[in-house]
Design a protein around this ligand. Sequence first.
Ligand SMILES: Cc1ncc(COP(=O)(O)O)c(C=O)c1O
Length: 377
Amino acid sequence: MKVYLDNAATTPIDPLVFEAMIPVLKDGFGNPSSTHSHGRKVKSVIERARKNVARHLNCSPGEIFFTSGGTEADNMAIQSSVRDLGVKHIITSSIEHHAVGHTIDQLKREGLVEVTYVHLDEMGHVDLQHLDQILSISPKTLVSLMHANNEVGNLLSLERVSEICEKHGAVFHSDTVQTMAHYRFDMEVIDKVHFMACSAHKFHGPKGVGFLYVNSKVKINPLIHGGAQERNMRGGTENVYGIVGLSMAMDVALSDVNAHKEYITGLKLHMIERLNQSIPNVSYNADSEHLTRSLYTVLSVSLPPTDIASMLVFNMDIMGVACSGGSACTSGASTGSHVLQGIDAPEARPTIRFSFSRFNTKEEVDYAVDCLVELYS
Ligand SMILES: Cc1ncc(COP(=O)(O)O)c(C=O)c1O
């Protein structure tokens, strides 16, 4: 049996997305910047996709800038805030994705910003009181905090954080790569968020395409220079079929988002029950077990110490189960996971992250648990 339970890393493409991309790959070869009919045709395809994405987010099409994915979108938001919005101080957390963490590290190395790490509580959630406190003594600040953590699943309240940021006049960027098209966003409701990042391959779309939402209240300059694409904001011939795939992937995901959420939550719950029954002393990292304070697609399992800790994911793969692993260990050859270290996960306990999609079944979950039980016996 082959089971794919690594959907937080990437997802299989939805057949409807694939179908939508084929005609563009076959016939939509024009350069969107060309003024002849071939160019105009694909240019209108891009603008239709932009309008469609904006409709899903209830924002203006002018607030959507297509990128090569989540990493570029995060870089654009953070680097532009420093260069164009006068940001001299960044508040972030120790458990952000490297697309955010390493970008901020680089700006710090260049001497362009001071960085403060907000405290996390005992469940790995951002301490909002501490955020409020450090913001009150720091002008010209960018707050960059992810909506959901890709390793442990902890969710952040965008409403509450954006209100705190507005109170102190801070710019707020959220890496929403793990939540975009898994939850509904209404940008008229969360209108104090300034930047949000998206990556299509996290919701059954193609790789190499995403977007940055830029609230119309903030004005930034391009990060990538070249042609006049993306209204002069990002040079480079557009990834037309990718953009079409992204737009269709959003349609499919959001057409039935509540049903998908319910179904996937059922899979997660089923795995928790099966693991609790079959592996003594199993537990869950941060707030991963919680059904509303954690991403419904992610379960970060903390396993009892074992001699084969470093081989667990490899052995699961041999048995046909794709998942991902990690540890908080900082010794030896492996540097471990900065997220597990950030939440103070016990070093001796190996972690396996299972992440689900609507294409998974309970039988697959059962098989994955059976494999893990076999490795532990
Ligand atoms: C939270 C988060 N941010 C950013 C990224 C990077 O996205 P991309 O692969 O599109 O560059 C990922 C993907 O692993 C992610 O999980």
